[in-house]
Design a protein around this ligand. Structure first.
Ligand code: GLY
Length: 291
């Protein structure tokens, strides 16, 4: 059994961009699936899927990430291997094309879990990641309009992610984001922090999307993984934690998750969350805007 789920961010997607977002997650799932189908690892699959989303300027991650209060892009990402609990992340990373690939290098070449700011960017250069300006004209124009506007337009969706199960029974999760638009420089969200926006164990893999400050406090991804490990289905585990977050904070989020049998969970309290999935044994494949 191999399985993969990819999401492009919960939040308010304008009608005109929904089809393109579904096409984008479908392409990202195909990139991850090629690896799983060829016998590759869950870790390689989630890295490839998230890198594909980072390359697509429609999504708030990598190229196309939103700008902070100073008009700069600060990128957050992490990746985690369920079989070893190895995890790597970067936060407030600047001028890199694929933060998720830097996060993976943190995991595989250092004794750290999370690198931040200028040191994260220096590490990326050390590892051979070229200088890359992720700011698109569209995001710059939006930033100009938003910072002068009293009423914020909340239509930028946040965060991308992927979870996968490979033929060896290993689970992995990866998550990447530009964070919240107009955020304070140096702000750290949930996505780079294991247990908050991203988590994987031998029995569960989780990637979450939504308001990071709440997920940091709820340890959202870890809470969902713990419920799956306790026997809940991925859908039930995610729904329970989302309901708890809604009750405590009044904030809807979105989640994709997988268990070690290849059962998929996709839950969002928001209007939509473009996502795509593929499960080998059942030959189940799909992509849609909302559950
Ligand atoms: N979930 C993305 C963020 O709040 O940074």
């Amino acid at each position: 059994m191999v399985a993969l789920v990819v999401h492009g961010g919960a939040g308010h997607w304008v009608e005109a961009e929904r089809d393109a977002a579904v096409a984008g997650v479908r392409r990202a799932a195909a990139a991850g699936w090629r690896i799983l189908d060829a016998g590759g690892t869950a870790l390689d699959a989630v890295a490839a899927a998230v890198a594909a989303l980072e390359d697509d300027p429609l999504f708030n991650a990598g190229r196309g990430a939103v700008l902070n209060a100073e008009g700069e892009v600060e990128l957050d990402a992490s990746i985690m291997a369920g079989d070893t609990l190895a995890s790597g992340g970067v936060t407030c990373l600047r001028r890199v094309k694929n933060p998720v690939l830097v996060a993976r290098r943190v995991m595989e070449t250092t004794d750290c879990v999370l690198l931040a700011g200028a040191a994260a960017t220096a590490f990326a250069r050390e590892q051979g990641f070229a200088d890359f300006d992720p700011v698109t004209d569209r995001r710059r124009a939006r930033w100009e309009a938003e910072r002068q506007s009293a009423a914020r337009d909340d239509s930028v969706p946040g965060t991308v992610g992927a979870v996968a199960l490979d033929a060896g029974g290993r689970l992995a999760a990866a998550t990447s984001t530009g964070g919240r638009e107009l955020k304070r420089p140096g702000r750290v969200g949930d996505s780079p922090v294991p247990g908050a926006g991203n988590y994987a164990t031998a029995q569960a893999a989780v990637s979450a999307t939504g308001w990071g400050e709440y997920m940091l406090r709820m340890a959202t991804a870890k809470a969902i993984a713990t419920r799956i490990e306790g026997g809940a289905t991925p859908d039930a585990a995610a729904a329970a934690v989302l309901a708890e977050m809604q009750r405590v904070f009044g904030t809807p989020i979105g989640v994709i998750c997988l268990d070690a049998r290849g059962a998929i969970g996709v839950v969002h309290g928001t209007e939509g969350m473009p996502h795509a999935w593929r499960v080998h044994g059942d030959r189940e494949v799909g992509a849609r805007f909302a559950v």
